[in-house]
Design a protein around this ligand. Structure first.
Ligand code: ATP
Length: 132
């Protein structure tokens, strides 16, 4: 089965680098499945788990926004933060989720509301990714 190289990079480190058969991401325009030899593409990503399929296994990586660039036989995801499922502290994510929900339920200005919504999305993405 043909493969493509998937790299997930943050300003701090390379989170993931593997040859995989398929990458599934949540682009801002919807879900995208990338196979080897996909046409070149650049898209912003939503805060969501990224799925990497390899042979008969699947891996999930929590990717908190950023961009995906599809090149010939290579997919590069650049994000401010990203974590492998095994590196996620679920208790910390649950606390972040509770804090964000609490903030969203109280009266706030627009900027704080948006910030809490993004924190909630990051926490939910971490919880979803760690359970897979
Ligand atoms: P918190 O409020 O718990 O700090 P956050 O969403 O504000 O969460 P970020 O600013 O996105 O955190 O991330 C800061 C750093 O901490 C990044 O390196 C990120 O990978 C890491 N990080 C955040 N939450 C977790 C978690 N639950 N498990 C593992 N690493 C985490």
């Amino acid at each position: 089965m043909s493969t493509l190289r998937l790299e997930i990079v943050t300003p701090e480190r390379k989170v993931y680098e593997q040859d995989v058969n398929m990458v599934v991401v949540h682009g801002v325009g919807g879900q995208l499945g990338i196979l080897p030899h996909h046409v070149p593409l650049v898209t912003p990503l939503k805060i969501a788990p990224v799925k990497a399929k390899k042979d008969n296994s699947e891996e999930f990586i929590a990717v908190h926004g950023g961009f995906m660039e599809v090149r010939k036989d290579k997919v590069v995801i650049l994000a401010e933060t990203a974590e492998l499922g095994a590196d996620i502290d679920v208790a910390r994510a649950q606390q972040a989720k509770d804090r964000a929900e609490h903030r969203l339920s109280s009266k706030q200005d627009e900027i704080d509301h948006k910030r809490a919504e993004l924190a909630l999305q990051r926490a939910v993405t971490r919880i979803q990714t760690s359970g897979r």
